[in-house]
Design a protein. Structure first.
Length: 571
């Protein structure tokens, strides 16, 4: 069975279990029950093989303090369960199902109990028991088809199953499913790009760190781990992430526990207002942060940190209050190691060009480009994401650029590299096939200009916005003067944007003075701005269809309609 088929089969099975909740729960509430039960069942399957040994060791140790490490060793994982119950044994006592199930949950080690608490599942246990559903859903999760042991479902597949379940539940309520995860082919592309120039990863026993400031269920971290393991089985990728949503955080932390990683590296808090990795730097940073989402609830904390300048994350500037995605970019940049890190982050079109010279967004772009941090921007096909069909871009950044990339930015227009899906998933109508991923990575790696790959100097995106003043005229049409000089406060004012590569004085003499010989530049007001008008660089002029061709098409349609109408009335 293919990976994709396995994921769909298990996701459909779990979705079918959710149907048992009909009447007691509304469809969009199913996830509050099914997601925690799926996580618990996953733990149950994993611990089954060593359950008897753990129970025996626990009885032998009795009330010994600090016995957790012994039990974990016996379980073979950093977690365990000391309850005599498991899912199968719970079915032996239908009348005691609620008390026994609670006893079973309390038997988990503290790190698992913490995960279950994040689901806020306790009240649902009482409701399920009261409505005679608790036994039924546990019974459904205990069937052979619901075996969630890693031998049957890999950790990567399990992550995708969770994401698919979340998508279905969210779709049932028209909620924002896409905020929790990124399509797998987009992650694969990002990871391929992120590791593309790090040949040191290919050999030897090497350990690197990776961080996602909006990690959701941990999909990006999981794909990164699997990709690196395929490149070099001796390499280790230590994952770190922060997630604001309790439910998705719990899933991510459970995944980390099961894989044997350090689950404490996954933190549950608002990244923008409460950075949980203040002093940490990472080798790789990747993320798909929410875009078009306001940050006014975090305004006080963010502005306080911004006053710290470059001692905090937001030294370059602050974006408009209505869209916080550039705050995640600044967070990523602040986590780069001085000796070199690489970043891949997804944005929509706004960060490319919003904000005039001197504004927060422009100042952030200025910081990125003047510090030569931007390697490439890749335009993705539309309709890739589950919750939006708008244009999206991968920004690739590094503070250890290869020599041939220094002072340069590569723009890759991969907008046309997709294949249509047979069936839409929300707004997701397109996929990036493996062949397209390979083509994009090859374009990036070769660093050559083609029809869809263009290379620019950093300065090509910069401009000087000058303020042009002209004297205000009096009633007789003469300039207002004071001591023989124009009155500044009474001037007529205009602005000009001049590319950084052009000489301001030469531009002024050529483009302004011939039409306004009394004008001057107020140099104190000159501001340097940056924008990246991506689509302009790849625009292709399409001549309009000749009018005779349009007329011929109209006449042909009229002729078809006449025939159709004749059939209707005379048929």
């Amino acid at each position: 069975m293919s990976i994709s088929a396995n994921i769909n089969e298990k996701a459909s099975l779990i979705w079918a279990i959710a149907d048992k909740l009909t009447g007691v729960y509304k469809p969009h509430e199913y996830g509050e029950v099914i997601l925690p039960l799926t996580v618990i069942r996953r733990f149950d399957c994993i611990l089954a093989e060593t359950k008897a040994a753990v129970l025996a060791k626990n009885e032998k140790l009795g009330n010994l303090a600090m016995k957790e490490s012994f039990l974990a060793k016996e379980a073979g994982y950093s977690f365990y369960n000391t309850s005599p119950f498991d899912f199968e044994k719970l079915l032996n006592d239908p009348d005691g199902i609620e008390a026994n199930f609670r006893s079973y949950l309390n038997g988990f080690s503290g790190n698992v109990r913490n995960i279950i608490e994040k689901f806020k599942f306790d009240n649902h246990i009482a409701t399920l028991a009261e409505k005679n559903l608790l036994y039924i859903v546990i019974q459904e999760f205990t069937t052979p088809n619901a075996d969630l042991h890693p031998d049957k479902i890999s950790n990567l597949e399990m992550g995708y199953i969770f994401e698919e379940i979340i998508r279905r539940f969210s779709e049932a309520h028209n909620e924002d499913a896409g905020q929790h995860y990124t399509p797998r082919e987009v992650i694969e592309l990002i990871v391929n790009i992120l590791f593309n120039e790090d040949s040191e990863l290919l050999t030897g026993n090497i350990a690197k760190t990776i961080y996602d400031p909006a990690c959701g269920t941990g999909g990006m971290l999981s794909v990164s781990e699997d990709y690196l393991r395929a490149l070099n089985s001796d390499a280790q990728l230590i994952c770190f992430g922060q997630e604001i949503n309790d439910q998705t955080y719990a899933i991510c932390k459970a995944d980390m526990l099961i894989k044997g990683g350090n689950a404490d590296n996954i933190r549950n808090d608002n990244t923008l207002s409460s950075d949980q990795f203040l002093e940490d730097k990472f080798d790789y940073i990747l993320s798909n942060p929410p875009f078009g989402r306001e940050w006014k609830n975090d305004k006080a904390a963010i502005e306080k940190e911004a006053k710290m300048g470059y001692a905090g994350r937001f030294g370059p500037g602050l974006p408009a209050i209505g869209d916080g995605q550039l705050l995640f970019l600044e967070t990523a940049l602040s986590k780069m190691k001085p000796q070199g890190s690489r970043v891949a982050i997804i944005h929509n079109g706004s960060p490319l060009f919003t904000g005039d010279a001197g504004s927060g967004p422009s100042e952030i772009r200025k910081y990125v480009l003047e510090n030569d941090l931007l390697e490439a921007i890749i335009a993705l096909p539309n309709d890739l994401f589950y919750n939006t069909g708008i244009a999206t871009y991968i920004w690739v950044l590094s503070n250890k650029k290869k020599n041939f990339r220094k002072g340069k930015v590569q723009l890759i227009n991969a907008n046309g590299l997709y294949e249509k899906r047979r069936k839409s998933l929300g707004n997701k109508r397109n996929d990036i096939p493996k062949t397209a991923i390979d083509e994009i990575v090859q374009l990036y790696g070769s660093f050559k200009e083609t029809e869809i790959s263009k290379i620019f100097d950093n300065k090509d995106f910069g401009y000087a916005k000058i303020v042009v003043e002209r004297p205000k005229l009096d009633e007789s049409g003469q300039p207002l003067l004071k001591k023989g000089l124009p009155v500044p406060d009474a001037s007529r004012r205009d602005t000009e944007s001049i590319p950084l590569k052009e000489n301001i004085e030469a531009y002024f003499k050529k483009e302004v003075l011939p039409f306004a010989p009394d004008a001057w530049i107020d140099e104190k007001k000159t501001k340097i701005g940056y924008e990246i008008p991506f689509t302009r660089y790849f625009y292709k002029y399409t001549p309009p269809v000749p009018s005779k061709d349009i007329m011929a098409e109209i006449l042909a349609i009229e002729k078809e309609l006449d025939g159709a109408l004749e059939e209707i009335f005379n048929g």
